[in-house]
Write a protein of this length. Structure first.
Length: 163
């Protein structure tokens, strides 16, 4: 069974890469949206009553799909496609270009885009100060936390194979 965690050299297909530490550049993101045999449901985890929640869930069928912090000068075109913007306040825990979900040969990968505090996927920290930069989502229910384990920006991700 393949590991679900991927370091930058592994994600880019580089074997025996001498620099296994934190990288500062971004992963190659497809220029156009890509259709895959997967559908992704993204829903904020929020215990408040429905009428007080910031947003409801959305279904994603085209990738890449980005998560980032909302700013006045940042648009979806800046991140290269559809984006879920988080209204984070100072001190920020979510980066402007925090993470992206991309199709891969293993399914759908969450890739941390060199965020400062990292991204937690199913309880595992990727990005931030770890060597792991990507993790494959499992079919079915997954959790995503933007900005480290204590961040309030939590999501339920459900991956479903379409065929």
């Amino acid at each position: 069974m393949k590991s679900l965690l991927k370091s930058l050299p592994e994600y880019l297909g580089i074997r025996n890469h001498p620099d296994r530490g934190r990288q500062s550049h971004h992963f190659p993101i497809p220029e156009a949206t890509v259709h895959t045999p997967y559908c992704l449901w993204v829903e904020p985890i929020d215990d408040r009553p429905a009428h007080l929640r910031a947003a409801e869930g959305i279904e994603i069928r085209r990738f890449p799909f980005h998560f980032g912090r909302h700013t006045r000068d940042l648009t979806a075109a800046d991140l290269g496609g559809p984006t879920y913007y988080v209204h984070d306040r100072v001190p920020h825990v979510v980066s402007r270009n925090h993470c992206v979900i991309l199709p891969s040969e293993d399914g759908l990968d969450v890739v941390d885009e060199s965020s400062t505090l990292g991204t937690v996927v199913n309880g595992m920290l990727i990005g931030g100060r770890t060597e792991w930069m990507a993790m494959t989502l499992e079919e079915g229910e997954n959790t995503l936390i933007l900005g480290g384990p204590h961040s309030p920006y939590r999501f339920r991700l459900v991956v479903k194979r379409l065929l």
